[in-house]
Design a protein around this ligand. Sequence first.
Ligand SMILES: NCc1[nH]cc(CCC(=O)O)c1CC(=O)O
Length: 319
Amino acid sequence: MNDKALRLGTRRSKLAMAQSGQVADAVSQVTGRPVELVEITTYGDVSREHLAQIGGTGVFVTALRDALVRGEVDFAVHSLKDLPTAQPEELALAAVPLREDPRDVIVARDALKFTDLPRGARIGTGSPRRMAQLNAYARAHGLDIETVAIRGNVDTRIRYVHDGELDAVVLAAAGLNRIGRIDEVTDFLSVDTVLPAPGQGALAIECTADNADLIAALGELDDPFTRVAVTAERSLLAALEAGCSAPVGALADLLADGQIVKEMRLRGVVGTTDGTRMVQLSTTGPVPETHEQALALGRELAAEMLAQGAAGLMGERAQ
Ligand SMILES: NCc1[nH]cc(CCC(=O)O)c1CC(=O)O
């Protein structure tokens, strides 16, 4: 038996270390091999520039992928929502584990809920998707909020609220869960209010495409439904030709009748960051049984969204 340590390439951020550590334990369990974390610094970690300005899609991912291709590490864990939609040929998406809570959340001062924020409240987020949907909701419900562009890691963002610079920030529940700060949440946003980013809450475990043994071993951590759902969500994103910094939300979920899964629903939204113009559509159909069917579902919904003018709403970037 092979008991040589597997090398897991990871970013150094608290979130990356937390999710890599959790996956390392699971991989150790299924392979019976020790897993050693190898820290890799990415351009996104050192850059002070705004994410959108340095190219948006995948800045955090590239350095890890380079290390895989060079053979410096055996596998890597990414937040699936940060993965570019194009899968490089030399790499395999070996596992998509069971997704955690996909929702966005608010961390606000004084334990405030989103809808209880006072007039003129300032809400920080670096995401045009979150801005668009929060502003659209505010317009529709007579809330007076100002979305403020911020960046930085999860700790930095929460500090804006504790320091009194902002009334609230928007974050992903999954990230807070993974770093053990879910108690900071003052409001879980319904996905009817803010549709999450495609793939939000899910992880991607990648290794090189030629490593059949490792692909098979990591495959034990795969959750087939999560994979189908995120495949449809990311296919929608790709068909809209939108990068990770575009204002696109997507979520696939199962519609069940008691214990019996009946259908899958895919919802998508695109909007201008000021929330004045939105295209939001959903489609429901049989649960896809193949990768190709999942891709087709995303493409079909994207085509309907484009027919309703979605392309005209995506030119924007956060400032
Ligand atoms: N944009 C950064 C990012 N990438 C992944 C997560 C954690 C959530 C996830 O894995 O989906 C976060 C933080 C956030 O959006 O609050």
